[in-house]
Design a protein around this ligand. Structure first.
Ligand code: TRP
Length: 459
């Protein structure tokens, strides 16, 4: 096969790809979502299932997604169409690309609203509003923000505009340098927060909550949430990593880079948990407080530590940045497809997608105030509001199904010769292990979790 070339360009090096993929993976999922869903699902057992999913499902599927992307070298829709044709398979496989594009739009619509909270908190913290704040005070500042649709809309608009600007210029320019400096800074600030939690929080209690598995606290729905989060936090199952893979130079090792990205992503999530739960317990807060958890706890740390206003402002700034580098990967598949198939330039394509996502974002904004209600029908959605429905539909259902389809395509429908050629691991244990994982472990795990939830089987 002659090597395909992407019309959108290539990453300049292995490091550039690692930075971009880590930028995509590390975001609100690690710092905002991981702590609150861990709190809602009882802690240790949930964390254990999540870690197992990253290891046995996430890493093999990430490798599959990158390899598919690099082989196709186009937007996920066109990549899947090309590869299905090349491997003599049915054209229906391009559905992976279409479903991924829809999932990406739905995710960015709420992701941008939550990222808006982080932007709002940059200014709130800088103004000194949290100095000496009490738990009740922090909670009411948060409630004030989410109950005000106009403020939410304003910050959502700012964040979406930031995302569109980067994507119009091409995800490669600038991203590299920025991630290289800002990601380590975020890491250092998280370490600082963990240090603060050690001195001023109930650290032992926090660690016990995170790392002592109590399986009686874990429901079938909790297992699904843990698995869904493994997909969400690694940016898997909708084509984001596939499109980043399509810009990956041919000589770079897919296995090594995938493992590095997964490790960094997991470390950031665990650090965030270790910073937050000791403070939750020390201040008598509720671990199951929901999406507001970090916005109600971290101000307590910043409000009482030396230099808290500075560190707090910097923290929310870096959180905004981490969300930003994730958001761009959520719309890149759709933008690349528009450029390829509609012949429009990147700026126009990004703007169109940005406007659609911005409009969809209004649903999430309203779900925290004017349209706040809970669905009462049974099943996964019982007790959920509109935002929860979007979150569950995408993270817990669409991403695992997308990942399942990618694993099956790479494991069963691509020839061994193609995947071997792309992974370049030889024919030893590593390649065999990967192939076994995408053929059996990952698909069976996803299917079992779904069947269990649907009540078809009882484990
Ligand atoms: N992984 C990012 C986070 O944890 C979010 C994200 C970016 C994402 N791109 C994605 C989630 C693609 C699913 C699919 O914040």
């Amino acid at each position: 096969m002659t090597e395909r070339i992407s019309i959108h360009g290539q990453w300049s090096s292995r490091l550039a790809f690692i930075l971009a993929a880590t930028g995509s993976a590390v975001g609100l999922g690690n710092i905002w979502k991981f702590p609150y869903i861990t709190g809602e699902n009882g802690g240790g057992a949930f964390v254990l299932v999540y870690l197992l999913c990253v290891l046995f499902i996430g890493i093999p599927i990430m490798m599959a997604e990158v390899l598919i992307g690099r082989r196709g070298r186009q937007s996920p829709i066109n990549t899947m169409r090309t590869l299905a044709h090349e491997e003599h398979q049915h054209g229906i496989w391009q559905l992976i690309g279409w479903a991924g594009m829809v999932a990406g739009l739905l995710i960015i619509s709420f992701y941008s609203v939550i990222a808006g909270w982080a932007v709002a908190y940059v200014f709130r913290t800088a103004s000194g509003a949290f100095t000496g704040v009490t738990a009740d005070g922090a909670a009411s500042i948060f409630a004030g923000l989410v109950s005000d649709p106009e403020r939410l809309l304003a910050w959502h608009t700012v964040f979406m505009a930031m995302t569109v600007v980067v994507v119009s210029r091409g995800v490669r320019s600038g991203l590299e340098k920025a991630v290289k400096i800002l990601m380590p800074m975020l890491f250092v600030l998280l370490l600082l927060l963990v240090g603060y939690a050690m001195n001023s929080g109930k650290f032992a209690e926090g660690l016990a909550f995170l790392f002592t598995p109590d399986f009686s606290a874990l429901t079938a729905g909790g297992v699904l949430t843990a698995m869904g989060h493994a997909f969400f936090t690694l940016s898997l199952g909708m084509g984001a990593i596939m499109v980043y893979g399509s810009y990956l130079p041919k000589n770079v090792s897919i296995a090594k880079t995938s493992v590095i990205v997964a490790i960094m992503d997991t470390l950031v999530a665990l650090l965030a948990g270790m910073a937050i739960f000791p403070l939750v317990f020390a201040n008598g807060l509720e671990p199951a407080a929901g999406p507001g958890l970090i916005f109600k706890t971290l101000p307590l740390a910043f409000g009482h530590m030396a230099g808290g206003t500075l560190f707090g402002t910097l923290f929310f700034l870096l959180l905004t940045f981490a969300a930003w580098t994730s958001a761009i990967s959520l719309i890149e598949p759709a933008v690349a497809w528009l450029v390829e198939n509609r012949g429009v330039d990147r700026a126009k394509a990004s703007t169109v997608i940005g406007v659609i996502a911005w409009l969809l974002g209004i649903v999430t904004i309203m779900s925290f105030n004017s349209w706040a209600f809970e669905f009462t029908f049974a099943g996964e959605f019982k007790g959920s509001g509109l935002f929860d429905v979007l979150d569950i539909l995408t993270a817990n259902i669409m991403l695992p199904l997308g990942g399942l389809a990618m694993a099956i395509f790479a494991g069963w429908y691509m020839s061994e010769r193609s995947t071997k050629d792309e992974l370049n691991l030889g024919d030893g244990l590593l390649y065999r292990g990967w192939r076994f994982a995408v053929r059996f472990i990952a698909p069976l795990a996803v299917i079992i979790v779904f069947l269990q939830l649907l009540g078809v089987i009882k484990v």
